[in-house]
Design a binder for this molecule. Sequence first.
Ligand SMILES: *[C@@H]1O[C@H](CO)[C@@H](O)[C@H](O)[C@H]1NC(C)=O
Length: 427
Amino acid sequence: MIGGRREGGLMRKASQSVVKSRILIAVAIIGCLFAFLYPHGFLSFYSPAFHSQVLSSKCESSHRLNELKAEYAAELEKNEELRQQVKELTEKVRLAEQKKDHAQKQIEALGKWRKAGPSGTVKGLRTNPTVIPDESVNPRLAVILEAVAVGRELIVALANWKVKESLEIWFTNIKRVGITNYLVVALDDKITEFCKSNNVPVFTRDANDGIASIGRTGNNHAVSGLKFHILREFLLLGYSVLLSDIDIVYLQNPFDYLYRDSDVESMTDGHDNMTAYGFDDVFDEPAMGWARYAHTMRIWVFNSGFFYIRPTIPSIELLDRVAGRLAKEPKSWDQAVFNEELFFPSHLGYEGLHAARRTMDFYLFMNSKVLFKTVRKDDRLSKLKPVIVHVNYHPNKLQRMKAVMEFYVDGNRDALKPFPDGSEWEW
Ligand SMILES: *[C@@H]1O[C@H](CO)[C@@H](O)[C@H](O)[C@H]1NC(C)=O
């Protein structure tokens, strides 16, 4: 800080004296011009010939002009020296601040300073500490969560009247599996009433809440953007949230299958070990000859319709970053933004998020591509019961949700047969 101010002072002084000498020179030049008509014109003052022309002229101030020129040159040199010094100092300060910053952050994160152990025993931090709960952010919600959550965690879904039928399947399965810690954030009054009449825990946002109106009228994508905003309060209140879309059939209790070691633990859009968990995708550029193969890191995106998020600083930063970008870029897709914020590293002009991530098992937390393309056709895989099935890859959600129930709950082995692998809807 002190270093920064001092450099600022040096800079200002240097540039002030340069300005002063520039003004003096300009005055002298104009004086000369008015006394004599120069054949080379005004611009010649700036040419190398300027020096000798001035000396040979009869301008009375030419002597003074030369002095000024010399002064100016000296000032320029001094200025350059100062600039160099300032540059070096700035760089030193930047490096020092960076070191201090990193060290401080690490000590804050780890709680104590320690040595690394032998190879194989060293493990970085992925389970960040949770924030201190702040009930003042939403006392009404705090009361509800106190009653509904189990072990300070719960399933949360946003719903408006448009998804009423899917919602019914959603909570019917949740109840059947015996999950009690779940909550519907109702985006309109009809859905509030619907939940109440079905004994489904529901939270209705204040009518004058600016974002409540988006929920009432919004399409799927608008509602998806909303959830990052709404989730924030849950985390500030100190709860871990399993955020759930409505087009999900619960077959087991997901809280029995979580690791809880990362800021974000998410189901994947991937369909096998590589696409779900990451792989080296080699890009071939034959023109490069010996170096034709470029290795790239790839992973199918996290599904932003089903993820477990712990109430930590990186998690809250993630929600804020995604909500902020969705507000600024209304055409962007929330799932793409969610993944970009989670995965892109820091680079020039951009500070990446440092959140710990875990991909859920894609057979347990199954997307509908895995089910319809692979699992239903595989004798062994089709006998394993997933924790949830998310009908994310197909448009006729209601029919497929019902078929998933028939298949896994009622044991009808033919229930999935009528459906094509993909959707029949063509672009
Ligand atoms: C995928 O990974 C799991 C766990 O590492 C492994 O057991 C399984 O054999 C892998 N499957 C394939 C097809 O490689």
